[in-house]
Design a protein around this ligand. Sequence first.
Ligand code: FAD
Length: 465
Amino acid sequence: MKEISCKLLVIGAGPGGYVCAIRAGQLGVDTVIVEAGRPGGTCLNVGCIPSKALIHAAEEFEKVAHMAGGKSPLGISVGAPTLDLTKAVAWKDSIVSRLNSGVAGLLKKAKVKTVHGWATFRDGKTVEVETETGTQVIRAEAVVIATGSAPVELPFLPFGGPVISSTEALALSEVPKRLAVVGGGYIGLELGIAFAKMGAEVTVVEALPRVLAQYDAELTRPVVKRLAELGIEVMLGAKAKGLSTKGDALLVETADGKNSKLAADKILVTVGRKPVTEGWGLEQIDLDMVGKFIRIDDQCRSSMRGIFAIGDVTGEPMLAHRAMAQGEMVAEVVAGQKRSWDKRAIPAVCFTDPELLTAGLSPEEAKALGGEIKIGLFPFAANGRAMTKLGEDGFVRVVARADNHLVLGIQAVGQGVSELSTAFGLALEMGARLEDIAGTIHAHPTQGEGFQEAALKALGHALHI
Ligand code: FAD
């Protein structure tokens, strides 16, 4: 049995873990990272990056198909396109591979030692890793748990055969003719829309009365409209119950309590993700939990001295950039620096069509604080750049305190609004007032002008509506 010691041991090389290890290495902290799979974790291998690659392929295909149908107002017409999904998946895989190598290279450059295998706690300072060449024991002064999350499986619809999770959906070799999506959250809709654009007949089964239920109805309206345009059927208040005996249909209890059969070639279950808290010896170290997640303080310290936890294993929002921000901060804390981070400024993007972007508080959350608020909304229908991109559906909305105009939250829905996330995050991080946004000169013609106009609207003097 081989033994090594280090100052910092990171378990899991997802965006939380690898960023933590790189930053610690940069700061001269003797760091080891353990990863059972490929560098980059869920996000890089079976999450953010591969899903955005397939979404892009689907968008390109749909654009050309639209032109081929003679419907393009731009005067472009082309022949009917075909899609080779195997080729698109291979292209997606090549991007993932390049980024895998990139992460491995960055870890090496930061002088981080990588151990491949599954890590299990022996006690709070010692971890055993089952590697290809035997058991490796690692002793560390500080340990960061960054074990991430996995898809939730429904007991009556176990993964296998036609029932797939997002991981398998990203590796299909053919577009399913009929795709049932169980769960109308962001992952289900991002993938459902992509497959509909690639030609699948898609039905979304959602138990709640609305899809994307974490967002307000005003914000999701353009997405709901687009689902209908794409021919995606949405069954609301409907519960998936199981697979038909032949395995060719999803059994559904509809909102009126009736049982129905939804014929499907693939059933994509996207009902959430659960933290990975089993199989690595949580019971050996007995950490405090909040529900299924590891309890952490503002510096990501767990209830046990010297053990930190970051990323999806610590709760919502389960987002890669949150995990990265936590990882960077923990590395600096371990290196002896004073650090904290501001959760309020985490933007969240839903890469549906159109895209949704939120940062900070929604109007309802802001109202719940008790004070008066101001809301400014600017529609993309009045934005020149949006018009030139055929992206008039959507808006930017700014929520601020009425007394001092401090911006509390910003939301947008529209084509390509994900790129506004930097501006939204920066405004919240810097404690911007409405006047700061209104007074910032925005380049013309850009969709970002909608942000400035929404702030002006909240101040009562929008210029273009
Ligand atoms: P993970 O990325 O889950 O990484 C954890 C790593 O730890 C894994 O590689 C695992 O193999 C390893 N591990 C676990 N236990 C052990 C052990 N005992 N020993 C060794 N290794 C271990 N987020 C966004 O911000 N934007 C998006 O657009 C986005 N899109 C997504 C799309 C999909 C389809 C999915 C599924 C997720 C998406 N997410 C997105 C969420 C994002 O992927 C996660 O929030 C992020 O990956 C969490 O990072 P993490 O470091 O906490 O854990």
